[in-house]
Design a protein around this ligand. Structure first.
Ligand SMILES: *Cc1c(COP(=O)(O)O)cnc(C)c1O
Length: 386
């Protein structure tokens, strides 16, 4: 069985987890800060807040930026539903900006057009969430410039993108955004089982994120509104959640971080090889912006359906029949039944919908062998009837 993505767990990872299991702190211990510092150091972000998953990180990122009823959040339709759901958790409304035809990321030109129209009717977004699809960064300089002009805040959904770079700098350094979110689900670049992180350079946002992660409770006298009763004392100063990561997971994260650069470089080797060996098939291969060094979470091909006698469904099923567990990223969020009930319709975002008709994510992960890759390539040709 060849999966589209999967984790790599070494003996060092296992030893790191066992060491925590034998220690006193299974959660709320020092390994959390160690993991946070490791990711902050790698990205150059000032603060990092580890949480139970990226969905939780998106939720508290929206709350930290004061998203609430009456506000709008815009994201891309070509993403996992979590990038949009976070707005609904806060009682805000969601809208989408269609994608760019080459990168499949949020299109800054369409964003600007939509902002100009929204400004006229007083419905500008409070937050925009660009998503770095497949690990390739969005055009952050352009999106940030629009944020300055139209007054919205930016959360980067970098769930696919830890280890990637934009304009030569690590994704997550926050140069063009308020908060960046990473996911550590097993199919992503590094894993903690479940896990996520929110990064920011803003001291105030970092404090807010920390409070929201753990019930809105603080033990820091500087954050308390009343005098300390004693050393047992804590205060709830906001309404937060239990979105904590455990030390067991953080230990896995610290250990995985030591191989982040190696993982992304291996993913580039696999992509280069696909690029070389798939070049003669009727496919559109992943285009890379010159400013981008992708983390290559996914390798997405688009079938040129006018050049083959098979449907996308047939190609997909024929690969799956050979135990090549291809996947599809993504079903446009606005076409989900839940979103259709809010009034979105097929046809609203034609670029993302057209992409969806042709896209397949083929296997891409650091453990993929050359023999497996050759089998995928050969099977792909057969699946397309060539
Ligand atoms: C995986 C993913 C998420 C959610 O991550 P979890 O850690 O599973 O909550 C959010 N956005 C995107 C784009 C993702 O790929």
């Amino acid at each position: 069985m060849i999966r589209y993505g999967q984790q790599d767990i070494t003996q060092d990872d296992i030893d790191a987890v066992i060491a925590i299991l034998k220690s006193i702190n299974l959660t709320q211990g020092p390994t959390i800060a160690q993991f946070e510092q490791s990711v902050a150091r790698h990205t150059g972000a000032k603060h990092a807040v580890a949480v139970s998953n990226a969905t939780a990180a998106l939720h508290i990122a929206c709350l930290a930026l004061d998203l609430g009823p009456g506000d709008w959040l815009w994201t891309t339709p070509n993403t996992f539903v979590a990038s949009a759901n976070c707005a609904l958790y806060c009682g805000a409304q969601v809208d989408f900006v269609d994608t760019d035809s080459r990168s499949y990321n949020m299109c800054p030109v369409k964003l600007e057009e939509k902002l100009a129209a929204a400004a006229k009717i007083g419905k500008l977004p409070k937050i925009v969430i660009p998503v770095h699809l497949a690990g390739q960064p969005c055009d952050m300089a352009a999106i940030h410039a629009l944020g300055q002009k139209y007054g919205f805040r930016i959360i980067e959904d970098a769930s696919h993108a830890i280890g990637g770079r934009y304009q030569g700098e690590p994704i997550g350094n926050g140069r063009y955004s308020d908060i960046t979110v990473f996911s550590f689900h097993p199919v992503k670049i590094i894993t903690t089982g479940e896990g996520g992180m929110a990064l920011t350079n803003n001291d105030h946002l970092s404090i807010r994120l920390g409070l929201l992660r753990s019930h809105g409770i603080t033990r820091d006298p500087a954050l308390m509104t009343q005098p300390l009763d004693g050393s047992w004392y804590y205060q709830q100063v906001a309404l937060g959640y239990n979105y904590r990561l455990t030390d067991i997971q953080a230990a896995l994260g610290v250990s995985q971080m030591t191989r982040l650069t190696q993982y992304v470089s291996r993913r580039h080797d696999i992509a280069d090889r696909y690029n070389r060996l798939l070049t003669n098939l009727p496919l559109t291969l992943p285009w890379q912006h010159p400013d981008s060094y992708s983390a290559y979470h996914l390798y997405v091909i688009r079938l040129q359906l006018d050049k083959i006698q098979r449907t996308r469904l047939q190609v997909f099923d024929s690969l799956r029949a050979k135990d090549i567990l291809v996947n599809l990223h993504y079903i446009p969020v606005h076409t989900q039944p839940y979103y259709q009930r809010m009034g979105f319709k097929a046809g609203d975002f034609p670029e993302a919908e057209g992409y969806y008709q042709e896209a397949i994510s083929i296997p891409m992960h650091p453990r993929l062998t050359e023999a497996e890759q050759d089998f995928v390539i050969e099977s792909l040709g057969e699946a397309m009837g060539l």
